[in-house]
Design a binder for this molecule. Structure first.
Ligand SMILES: [Zn+2]
Length: 107
């Protein structure tokens, strides 16, 4: 092991916190990543990995709570000012709605 070398830990795809153990795959649906030259949307399915805390919220269907948790951690990680909270929350929510559709009812 090299001195001072710390390999990056895996990060939770929801709250972007580093975790040793990511416990849950949550499959995205209907992710439109772009389009072909003919203008046909290219959907992609992706497995998102959740840390234990996020996994618990996912299992219990607490999607709004999960969203707020994700935004709080994201903003603090990237030094985004507090007054941007609702804007950031809105755009993350839109992204999740697009990614997960009816897998996150009520979001
Ligand atoms: Zn998480």
């Amino acid at each position: 092991m090299l001195e001072g070398f710390n390999p990056p830990l895996p990060t939770c795809d929801f709250c972007s916190q580093e975790h040793v153990d990511l416990v849950l795959n949550f499959r995205a649906i209907n992710v439109i990543t772009g389009e072909t030259e003919d203008g046909i949307p290219v959907p992609l399915t992706l497995d998102w990995l959740a840390c234990p805390d996020c996994a618990e919220l996912l299992k219990r269907g607490k999607f709004k709570q999960l969203l707020s948790r994700a935004v709080v951690f994201y903003m603090s990680k990237h030094d985004i000012p507090q007054d941007r909270f609702f804007n950031v929350r809105l755009s993350v929510r839109d992204g999740w709605r697009e990614a997960f559709g009816n897998r996150m009812p009520g979001l």
